[in-house]
Design a protein around this ligand. Structure first.
Ligand SMILES: Nc1ncnc2c1ncn2[C@@H]1O[C@H](COP(=O)(O)OP(=O)(O)OP(=O)(O)O)[C@@H](O)[C@H]1O
Ligand SMILES: Cc1ncsc1CCO
Ligand SMILES: [Mg+2]
Length: 277
């Protein structure tokens, strides 16, 4: 991986301030908006079917996060996705909880089958469900049995590459070790800290940041996704290093936002831990 490419991807976000339309869940929506602002993008949230065509038209990218889906927001995703596709916008899908319920699994499958999705980002249980393989999603968090480990890294990379080829999209599987894959390439990213899995929304935030990176770097969505994920993990490391003895999850959440906001291209290039698989 060319580290200079990562730095350029970050700088492109800061200089172009990509506007990202998010249809996302009501648990973490404020964190998503603030993460987008902190990384250098600009958020706008809207899920009303009568509103989303106009909103997505003025943006450069669209996030579809099914975390708290309902029939109206699903319709909003269909309408927005169709328009974003017509306009050639980056579409980033976060299949939250796919595998945990029929509605989530079916909706994720519908969106991926009918829309020109650019990037899919989820934990391994969710991505396995998208692939139609046996997965046991127990909620919105990864089933530990599904996690990417050093032992299954090569097989996980093969799985991610073949899914990326099938979908024609960049596939990003996050967890203790993250994998980003296109049809012919995969990397492992070893940034991040376990606390990120202990507060809600770090994945949703990352999906929105990845959308900003994809919009700002249309010629290299794979590299943009790697930069977004390595940068997010690195921000988690910076936040963890700032923790005082009495600090806990609440402070970590604030420090994470600070670290996303203060991340520089040089810091990203120096701290990214990326391995070609
Ligand atoms: N054990 C871990 N060690 C290091 N980094 C982690 C760990 N768990 C998660 N992360 C990081 O946290 C971020 C979110 O990934 P995760 O897979 O937890 O998303 P998620 O399950 O979709 O989260 P959520 O649904 O709460 O938003 C990623 O940047 C990932 O690298
Ligand atoms: C906890 C939770 N439930 C639905 S969405 C969400 C946020 C993390 O994905
Ligand atoms: Mg998630």
């Amino acid at each position: 991986m060319d580290m200079a490419e990562l730095g350029r991807a970050l700088d492109n976000v800061r200089t172009t301030v990509p506007l990202v339309h998010c249809i996302t869940n009501y648990v973490t929506v404020n964190d998503c908006a603030n993460a987008l602002l902190a990384c250098g993008g600009s958020p706008i949230m809207s899920d009303e079917p009568d509103d989303v065509e106009d909103i997505t038209s003025i943006c450069g990218g669209l996030v579809l996060n099914i975390g708290t889906l309902n029939q109206r927001s699903i319709e909003g995703m269909r309408v927005a996705g169709k328009r974003a596709g017509e306009l050639g916008h980056a579409i980033v899908l976060d299949p939250v909880g796919a595998g945990a319920s029929k509605l989530r699994t079916d909706t994720a499958a519908e969106l991926i089958d009918t829309l020109p999705v650019t990037v899919v980002r989820g934990n391994m249980s969710e991505i396995k469900t998208i692939a139609g393989s046996a997965a046991a999603t127990r909620g919105v968090d990864v089933n530990p049995d599904d996690a990417v480990t050093e032992d299954n890294l090569a097989a996980s990379a093969d799985f991610a590459r073949s899914l990326a080829a099938k979908l024609g999209a960049v596939v990003a599987i996050t967890g203790a070790i993250d994998i980003v894959a296109s049809a012919d390439r995969a990397v492992a990213i070893r940034n991040g800290v376990a606390t990120m899995g202990k507060i809600t929304g770090t994945g949703c935030m990352l999906t929105c940041v990845a959308a900003a990176y994809a919009v700002a770097n249309p010629d290299d969505v794979f590299g943009a996704t790697v930069a977004a994920i390595a940068g997010h993990g690195l921000a988690g490391e910076v936040a963890a290093a700032r923790m005082a003895p009495a600090d806990g999850n609440g402070s970590f959440r604030t420090y994470l936002l600070d670290a996303i906001c203060n991340m520089s291209a040089d810091q990203l290039m120096a701290g990214a831990k990326i391995e070609e698989l």
